[in-house]
Write a protein that binds this ligand. Structure first.
Ligand SMILES: NC(=O)c1ccc[n+]([C@@H]2O[C@H](COP(=O)([O-])OP(=O)(O)OC[C@H]3O[C@@H](n4cnc5c(N)ncnc54)[C@H](OP(=O)(O)O)[C@@H]3O)[C@@H](O)[C@H]2O)c1
Length: 249
């Protein structure tokens, strides 16, 4: 079976303004993909897109809030308008405001559900019609090792990632055999994710306990590239990537 080349693929990435999304955009662009970056911080997107183009890559960006279904639909449409098609949609946007349940940070629970779960569903609703119309395409959903592990303070975050794992596997079974669904579950990785923890003491503890031995974000980008470049009849369903030293969660 013919190897799929990343060269020329049109890849849309949500949450591409920092961390893992930024690394995926830069890595895939280096491999010849045409990348479409979305997030709310357009200043960051402009800088990242500029850096990709300066290195000879092809990239465009668009302001995106994944909690807004229409905005995500416009983002996918923008990709097809810019580059003529859409081949891969990467649901990466997410936040992780860890807290104990009895801290009742209900607004943050809602934010996590809105971005981490509804945002992914919006991405699927935006890209699946495009994939079904041409009977090909690939979703890459970035979850977390928290899609299979839960501990104190990660209850709601893990619940959102468990949900995305369920959505990914259900989607895989429902779609045509020419549409691929990949879940990539990172362990602790360098990014701005801990900045979303609002309790300063908890943030300090989380950084000391969990945010050590961090993977470079490029390690996750390489895993994503591996899943994309497989032959068309190979659907890499799940990749879990931890720092070697991350043993207990
Ligand atoms: N770093 C880790 O250790 C780790 C481990 C496991 C899983 N993950 C997952 O990896 C993904 C990326 O996170 P990261 O670690 O790279 O953290 P990050 O640096 O904080 O990046 C999060 C990205 O999500 C975007 N985002 C947040 N809310 C959004 C919204 N409403 N609409 C559009 N974009 C939004 C942010 O962009 P704007 O703020 O500009 O909108 C940003 O680009 C997340 O799904 C996270 O759960 C990370």
């Amino acid at each position: 079976m013919e190897q799929i080349k990343i060269q020329g693929k049109v890849v849309a990435i949500t949450g591409a303004s920092s961390g893992i999304g930024e690394a995926i955009a830069k890595h895939l662009a280096k491999l010849g993909a045409k990348v479409v970056l979305g997030a709310r911080r357009t200043d960051n997107l402009k800088t990242i897109t500029g850096a990709i183009i300066a290195q000879g890559g092809q990239a465009v960006y668009k302001s995106l809030d994944v909690t807004d279904q229409q905005d995500v639909a416009s983002f996918a449409k923008f990709a097809t308008e810019q580059y003529g098609t859409l081949d891969v949609f990467i649901n990466n946007a997410g936040l992780m405001p860890l807290s104990m349940i009895n801290a009742y940070k209900i607004k943050e629970w809602h934010q996590m559900i809105d971005v981490n779960v509804k945002g992914v569903l919006h991405g699927i609703a935006a890209a699946l019609p495009i994939f079904e119309a041409k009977d090909s395409g690939q979703f890459v959903n970035i979850t977390s090792v928290g899609d299979r592990w839960v501990g104190p303070t990660s209850t709601v975050y893990s619940a959102t990632k468990f949900a995305v794992r369920a959505i990914s596997d259900g989607l895989r079974q429902e779609v045509s055999e020419n549409i691929r669904v990949t879940l990539v579950a990172p362990g602790a990785t360098q990014s701005e994710l801990a900045e979303t923890i609002s309790d300063p003491e908890l943030k300090k503890q989380a950084i000391e306990k969990f945010r050590i031995n961090l993977l470079p974000a490029e390690a996750i980008a390489r895993a994503v590239a591996y899943a994309i470049e497989q032959p068309a009849d190979v659907d890499v369903n799940e990749i879990v990537v931890r720092p070697t030293a991350q043993k207990s969660f």
